[in-house]
Design a protein around this ligand. Structure first.
Ligand code: SF4
Length: 344
């Protein structure tokens, strides 16, 4: 087994073959049937990889299918208005990903096709080392290893490496191990098999070592340390933030305001106003409360309902019908707040 970071066992060529062969045989025998695994179209793989950066596979499937129904080709995405792309992304969060996808699609169209080498793929907006390696290996069969959370967990355990996975030196060592272990003939399948192993067998809390296809070469299992790995030190606790939003209705219409075009997050999105944004507010009452985490901030959102006299609506707002919400970008907090009201 190549890439052992610790342990006394010497690597042999047989280990190379057996690890890759067993992993791929296991993957070929029955992996999850995910829609992006039925294609080698770089555009579709790119969309899926960007969605999967912050979203679990099962949750991403309906968004992926709807996104490709709306924008079936890179040309369709490049030519779509930004508001329509953001609306299709609503619910997935981290909207800069959608903006980057659209900007990247415009570049691909302008240059006459999808780039087919790692550096050129990496140069597209919003594409980091992981996504570039995934697209390069899966769509183009290029020998680049991916390193995502699942792969990191597998490598830390198979090599019984107690390094802090937040430390750059550990990441570098794990990337070197992944590059070395990579199957040269089927790099895309090998990368997907590593990720699949982490997602379905080498689970964070209770790894299924008994049914694991690589258990005979797993150093952590032999040492009994699999539940202590990977090591992640200094996790940042999310900052608690209080927020109050208000739902003002007039018949079927709901009053929303648009976020500034240069807002740091969700620029141009429509959202419920804050309680303090409507000075003329009357008849307020509490609907409920929910938690919403964005990056390192945990919002405790209290939802109010209220009314405002005619002619007192603040500037920058608009009355909208909920049917319109599939065509304009709406913040997730607003969707959650309206859902809370609907359940009451
Ligand atoms: S044997 Fe256990 S710890 Fe090792 S890779 Fe397999 S599931 Fe993970």
């Amino acid at each position: 087994m190549p890439g052992w970071a610790t342990g006394e066992r010497q690597a042999t060529e047989d280990d190379d073959l057996s690890y890759a062969a067993r992993l791929l045989a296991w993957f070929d025998a029955g992996h999850r049937d995910l829609p992006w695994r039925r294609t080698r179209d770089p555009y579709r793989i790119w969309v899926s990889e960007i969605m999967l950066q912050q979203t679990r596979a099962a949750a991403a499937i309906p968004y992926y299918e709807e996104f490709l129904r709306r924008f079936p080709t890179v040309e369709a995405l490049a030519g779509a208005p930004e508001a329509e792309v953001l609306a299709a992304w609503s619910g997935l969060g981290y909207y800069s990903r959608a903006r980057n996808l659209r900007a990247g699609a415009a570049l691909v169209v302008e240059r006459g096709g999808f780039p087919s080498d790692l550096e050129a793929i990496r140069a597209l907006p919003g594409i980091g080392p992981y996504t570039a390696a995934a697209v390069a290996s899966i769509a183009f069969g290029l020998p680049h290893a991916v390193l995502d959370g699942n792969v990191i967990r597998v490598i830390s355990r198979v090599s019984n490496d107690p390094g802090d996975i937040r430390a750059p030196a550990t990441r570098k060592r794990f990337q070197a191990a992944a590059d070395e272990w990579l199957h040269r003939v089927r790099p895309g399948a090998f990368n997907q098999a590593m990720m699949e192993l982490g997602a379905t067998v080498c689970l964070p809390r209770a790894p299924l070592c008994l049914v694991c296809p690589v258990n005979s070469t797993c150093e952590a299992r032999m040492a009994g340390t699999q539940n202590q790995l990977p090591v992640k030190l200094g996790k940042v606790k999310p900052e608690a933030v209080e927020s109050r939003v208000v739902i003002v209705r007039r018949g079927q219409w709901i009053f929303l305001r648009q976020r500034d075009a240069d807002a740091r997050r969700m620029a141009g999105f429509w959202e419920l106003p804050g309680l303090e944004d409507i000075p003329a507010l009357i008849d307020t009452s509490v609907v409920g409360n929910f938690q919403h985490t964005i990056v390192n901030q945990c919002y405790s959102v209290t939802v109010y309902r209220g009314a405002m006299p005619r002619g007192s609506a603040p500037a920058g707002g608009k009355w909208m019908k909920p049917e319109l919400f599939t065509d304009v970008p709406i913040t997730t907090v607003t969707r959650k707040a309206l859902e809370l009201l609907r359940k009451r």
